[in-house]
Write a protein that binds this ligand. Structure first.
Ligand SMILES: Cc1cc2nc3c(=O)[nH]c(=O)nc-3n(C[C@H](O)[C@H](O)[C@H](O)COP(=O)(O)OP(=O)(O)OC[C@H]3O[C@@H](n4cnc5c(N)ncnc54)[C@H](O)[C@@H]3O)c2cc1C
Length: 448
């Protein structure tokens, strides 16, 4: 099988020594950090983005590539509509084809109860002008021909998009670099420099950078980084396994999922496959610490997450991972340049079996590649996009909980506005950091 295309062996594209000073440092070269750097550079600010490994080597290349409005928390919908517009603009500015296609997204319902849940979510779609609608059994069969299962119907959003993640995010980084952002790969940020409650810069493995603003977009590493700076963030990471098939007949151009399997047409003629609603949590000290905040989620969906005794060495919540370090010491970030969990082999076999059973005309399913990613998830399944009150000048954009690829471009625009003081354009109350400490009950968005 083909090796995962971005790894520590991938040649460094964005090299060089960090400058001694800049206006803004962005930590993390995933879709969120890259888009934040892009909007800051376009607004005329000096910005340096530091990535411990390679651009998009973690979640931002490993995801399903769904750019969906469908099923989102209502507070995300306005930001997501903006993101859809930005995606179309960015796709016309890249040097390569990122595979942006308006293929739609459909959630396939086996029962009338599932259809009722989808129907209830439609109120949010209507309120935000999203074109989602319910499909009947016959409409579902017509949209996705050849399925052996007869579904009660589906929730369908025709204007949802898809793109090829591991091509896309490096291409967006290219736009950011051309806009004037300085990107540096293989350069971990160890610690923040803080004086009198204000950020004054960062210490990297290649020396100090002075900056009056820092954006943390560290994905699955954000909680570990913040803890060392004295800020608590109840964020955990779960493993999700994905596979890509060899080319097959194309019967539908979008993404679809039922309770067992999710599939999405790929630009290379195959399909990306994943198990719908299945995640694995490696138990570590953070899992125990964050448990009280995650209890509501666990009660709502007791079987959605499988537990594993401990994480592999070097993972953010492994038992042996240091929780504090100094600016001069090697940090956990440089010890693991690329978080590359092994896919779950049993899940891969199940995916082949289930996809072949759903589309019998395809015959046995051959996999071209398989991988896994660690999804950074929050107790209420929505991200943090906020300034940190305790450390002036620090902005956090993290915890996108399995749906940050699609919203990434607009999240970058929003985070850049939080830095510069420009109009954010959306109500960010839902995404405030203080919701975990101000006594708020965990308000989990619609789980559709
Ligand atoms: C299997 C899977 C399927 C998914 N499917 C979808 C989907 O279909 N649609 C969707 O919208 N979303 C999806 N997601 C979620 C989406 O991929 C993420 O929400 C999104 O990529 C998060 O982007 P990010 O920039 O916040 O984090 P990441 O992409 O994880 O990037 C964070 C980066 O920060 C770097 N970093 C961390 N700490 C430091 C440090 N101290 N110094 C320097 N660099 C540092 C890391 O190396 C990493 O590259 C999926 C995720 C997975 C894993």
């Amino acid at each position: 099988m083909m090796a995962f295309p971005i790894s520590e062996a991938t040649p460094v594209v964005h090299a060089g020594a960090p400058p001694q000073q800049t206006d803004v440092v962005v930590i993390g070269g995933g879709v969120v950090g890259v888009c934040t750097a892009l909007f800051l550079a376009e607004a005329g600010h000096h910005v340096v983005l530091l990535e411990k490994g390679r651009i998009a080597a973690e979640q931002s290349s490993r995801n399903w590539g769904w750019i969906r409005q469908q099923g989102r928390d209502p507070h995300e919908l306005g930001i997501m509509a903006e993101s859809n517009r930005i995606w179309r603009d960015l796709a016309s500015r890249t040097n390569v084809d990122i595979g942006l296609v308006q293929g739609g997204v459909s959630y396939l319902a086996k029962t009338d109860e599932e259809m009722a849940v989808y129907e209830a979510w439609l109120d949010h779609a209507r309120a935000h002008g999203v074109d989602s609608r319910l499909l009947s059994n016959a409409e579902t069969q017509a949209l996705i021909p050849g399925m052996s299962q007869s579904y009660a119907g589906a929730l369908y959003t025709a204007t949802d998009l898809r793109a090829e993640p591991w091509v896309t995010v490096p291409a967006l980084a290219g736009i950011a670099a051309r806009a004037g952002a300085r990107l540096i790969e293989n350069c971990a940020v160890r610690t923040l420099d803080i004086q009198a409650g204000r950020v004054t810069g960062v210490m990297t493995e290649q020396g100090r950078i002075k900056a009056s603003s820092v954006v943390l977009a560290g994905g699955a590493w954000s909680s570990l980084f913040l803890r060392n700076a004295g800020v608590a963030l109840p964020q955990l990471s779960v493993r999700a396994t994905v596979a890509a098939t060899e080319p097959l007949p194309q019967m539908y151009q979008g993404g679809a999922a039922d309770d067992k399997i999710a599939f999405r047409a790929r630009a290379d003629g195959g399909y990306s496959l994943a198990a719908g609603g299945f995640h694995e949590l490696f138990i570590g000290p953070d899992a125990f610490r964050a448990l009280p905040k995650f209890l509501t989620q666990l009660r709502n969906d007791p079987f959605g997450t499988r537990f594993k005794a401990s994480a592999p060495t070097g993972f953010p919540d492994a038992w042996g991972t240091p929780r504090s370090w100094s600016a001069e010491a090697q940090s956990p970030f440089e010890r693991m340049r690329v978080l590359n969990p092994a896919p779950n082999p049993k899940k891969l076999r199940n995916l082949q079996r289930d996809f072949a059973a759903l589309f019998p005309a395809f015959g046995p399913i051959k996999l071209k590649s398989a991988w896994a990613g660690m999804i950074d998830t929050m107790p209420d399944v929505v991200p943090v996009m906020d300034r940190v009150d305790a450390i002036k000048g620090l902005v956090v954009g993290t915890g996108f909980s399995g749906h940050g690829f699609g919203i990434g471009p607009a999240a970058g625009r929003v985070l850049s506005a939080l830095v510069t003081g420009a109009d954010v354009g959306h109500d960010l109350h839902r995404f405030r950091l203080s919701r975990f400490t101000d006594g708020s009950k965990m308000d989990i968005g619609p789980s559709v």
